[in-house]
Each structure stands twice: as structure tokens, then as C-alpha cells.
Design a protein around this ligand. Sequence first.
Ligand code: HEM
Length: 208
Amino acid sequence: MRGITVTGWRAALNAGARRLPTGVIYGAGLLPVPTLLINAQSGALGPEPIKALEHALGTYALQFLIAGLLITPLRRWAGVSLLKFRRALGLLAFAYVCLHLLVWLVLDIGSLGRIGADIVKRPYITVGMLGFVLLVPLAVTSNRWALRRLGGLWHKLHRLAYAVIALAGLHYLMIQKVYDVQALIYAGLVVFVLALRLPQLVRAGKPG
Ligand code: HEM
């Protein structure tokens, strides 16, 4: 009885996912952007709107990174196929990281001279920047044309996603002043997605 219920639930989820256009994920995923901007304008983001904006954009980036990396384990271990949304989730993560970086560059540090100094002097910025730099080739090659052109190399390149999530998790933890429940949940999720893929990564790293 229980097996039938789980199978039915999974089949319904897979059927729903097949019918759902990817555009809906992009649309829903980008919805927080205008909301955040309106709230920043109206003063609803509190006494430090720039910090709040920076934090919110970074948090969305982290959430989309984690969601994108949960797609393969979900298919492998739960039989839920959301593969068609993986690219959208990755690109949404990239878009939020870009906006996060933009807020930092334009609104937070406010002086060109401080960019290099901050990257060098503040370890959490160095780590975040490294995460961003590694994310760029993944975003650029996230299309079918690049997949066809790069062949096997594409899969190797996209393993960088694990380095990105590790750096993003580290960046996040370095910023925390207190390790509250939310921080522990994000840290746990990052460790979880990395641990799920560890056996595969070790196998892929072995020669022959
Ligand atoms: C993979 C890329 C990145 C991810 C996923 C990410 C994620 C985050 C998250 C989730 C926060 C909020 C932490 C909280 O709410 O407590 C945050 C804060 C922040 N991030 Fe990032 N970030 C990334 C890259 C960067 C880059 C490239 C920079 C700048 C060069 C940067 C600068 C900052 C700053 C300045 C803060 C606020 C720190 C503070 O509270 O003073 N991040 N980031």
C-alpha cells in the first residue's frame, strides 16, 4: 500500500514537472528582484537597506546553487526527474550572484580603489570572488551548443559546481557572527549535497 502511494506521488510529480514550462521557473525565480527593489525604495528593508539587499541577493544565490545540485541526487535516489530545470536553477544562481556582486561594487564599497584591497584583505570576499569566477565558465557553457562542442570535457568542467558550492558555503559561514539555526541549515545542506556526490567525485578522480 505504502509503495503504491510513494510511486503514485512520484509519478504525479514527474508528470507535473514534464508539463511545467521552464520559463515558469525563470519567472518565479526572478520575482524577488523587483520586490526587493520596491522594498529598498520604500524603506521596507530596514535601517541598512544596502546590507539587507546584499544579504537577500546572496541568500537567493546560495538557495538556487543548492537547489541545482539537488536535482541529480533527487533523480538517482528518489526517482524524481527535474533535470529539465537544472540549467534554469544554475542560471538563476548566477544571476543572483551577479546582482549580489553588483550591489557590493556599486552600493556597498562605493570606491573603485577599494575593490582590489577588499578582495585581498578580506578572506570572505576572496572566497566569494573565487566562487563567482568559477561560476562564470559554468554559466557561459550552460547551453546545448557548448555541451555539443565540449563533449566529455563539458561534464568535467561542470564538476566545478561542487567547488563553487563549497566556496559559497564557506563564504556564507565566514560572514556569520552567530551560528543560528538558519546558518546551520545552510551549512548542513551544503555538506549534504557535497557528501551525496563524494563517492562519484572520488571515482571520477581515480586514474583509468
Ligand atoms: C558563489 C558566490 C556567492 C554566494 C553564493 C554568496 C552568498 C552570500 C550570502 C548568502 C550572504 C549573506 C549572508 C547572511 O545573510 O548572513 C553573502 C553576504 C555577502 N557577500 Fe556574498 N556570495 C557570493 C559571492 C560574493 C562576492 C563575489 C562578493 C564580493 C566580491 C560577495 C560579497 C558579500 C558581502 C560584502 C556580503 C555581506 C557581508 C556583511 O554582512 O558584511 N559575495 N553572500
